[in-house]
Ligand binder design. Structure first.
Ligand code: GTP
Ligand code: MG
Length: 313
């Protein structure tokens, strides 16, 4: 550890689908947050810890900020505000390719964050992501100018979470902006999230990728049982996919059980890598009418709870 060691919490915030979770995984060099091409994939605060010789950066990935319609999305946005409250610095992630093509979307997409971020005294980094999709980098300039107008104090970083382009420069500036202090977590700890939660998230990621239209938003995953073979061999996991209506159950299972089988196979592969153990995964689908509006059920999935409380439940 160097004499100038810094340590602090960084909230990654921004509109849905901007690449916050991809950026977190790229910064860490390993996957802790699930990613999908659909907006509103992340529902909870996801902590990822980057430790090196001169700093410990504790990232908080958050659900996308958007105008909410129901109880679940309200809890998701509340989670993002709570993460922001507890941060030493903010990283606002935006989709550069989207606003290069559709500049008119920017104002609406940042409407919730615009004023609070403009009034910030903490370090703010605006991460203009997905630059790999822009053929001509000069297409970034109007966006960077507009962002400078909106958030004059923010440091602007064009990045690609996918190729890591621009990330080393961002990380160097971020580490320098964090408060001096001792590391808060052991060097080798990458997340504070329990393995059970990470496993449930991996199943949800596969569902988000496999299901069509609105269905992913009406699914949740909970781990019902987790049995470790005392001899250190296999882990047997029984997971439940909750759906809001009986008709959804058939769609999640798929014709001849094919869709659920495919989800189970790809989730099991990643869970095995995560646990580094042989894993047996059984997935069941249960109907829980309109669970997206049931706050106590949402709390039982950790939504809207601070992570400390979610882990204690
Ligand atoms: N080409 C390209 N795609 C990216 C990049 N970063 C993220 N994506 C893609 O953008 C989509 C959304 O990525 P996520 O990381 O899930 O976005 P998010 O901001 O966490 O989304 P929510 O959790 O839904 O708010 C996925 O399909 C990613 O593969 C990037 O730098 N370049
Ligand atoms: Mg996400």
């Amino acid at each position: 550890m160097t004499a100038s060691f810094t340590c602090g919490w960084v909230a990654l915030m921004g509109p849905p689908n901007a690449g916050k979770s991809t950026l977190l995984n790229s910064c860490l060099g390993q996957k802790v947050a699930i990613v999908s091409p659909r907006p509103q994939t992340t529902r909870n605060r996801i902590t990822g810890i980057l430790s090196d010789r001169d700093a410990q950066v504790i990232f908080m990935d958050t659900p996308g900020m958007h105008q909410t319609r129901g109880k679940m999305t309200r809890l998701m946005v509340q989670t993002a505000w709570q993460a922001m409250d507890g941060a030493d610095a903010l990283g606002v992630v935006l989709d550069a390719d989207m606003y290069a093509r559709r500049p008119e979307f920017l104002d609406k997409d940042i409407s919730l964050l615009r004023e609070p971020v403009a009034e910030e005294e903490r370090p703010v980094f605006a991460l203009v992501n997905k630059t790999d999709l822009l053929g001509d980098k000069s297409r970034l300039l109007p966006l960077l100018e507009r962002l400078h107008g909106v958030w004059p104090r923010a440091e602007l970083f064009p990045v690609s979470a996918l190729t890591r382009d621009g990330l080393p420069a961002f990380l160097a500036a971020l580490k320098a902006a964090l408060p001096a202090g001792e590391p808060q977590f052991p060097q080798d700890q990458v997340s504070t999230l329990p393995l059970r939660f990470l496993a449930a998230e991996l199943i949800r990621e596969k569902l988000f990728c496999a299901l069509r239209q609105e269905l992913p938003y009406h699914t949740a995953v909970d781990i019902e049982t987790w049995d470790e073979d005392p001899a250190g061999g296999q882990v047997a996991i029984r997971a439940v996919v909750y759906v809001g209506r009986p008709s959804h159950k058939a769609m999640v299972i798929g014709r001849g059980g094919r869709l659920l089988k495919q989800v189970g196979q790809s989730a099991r592969k990643e869970i095995m890598e995560l646990l580094d153990r042989r894993t047996r995964l059984d997935i069941w689908v249960k109907v829980r009418e309109n669970w997206v509006e049931d706050v106590s059920f949402l709390h039982s999935l950790g939504l809207g709870l601070r992570e400390e409380d979610a882990c204690r439940r």
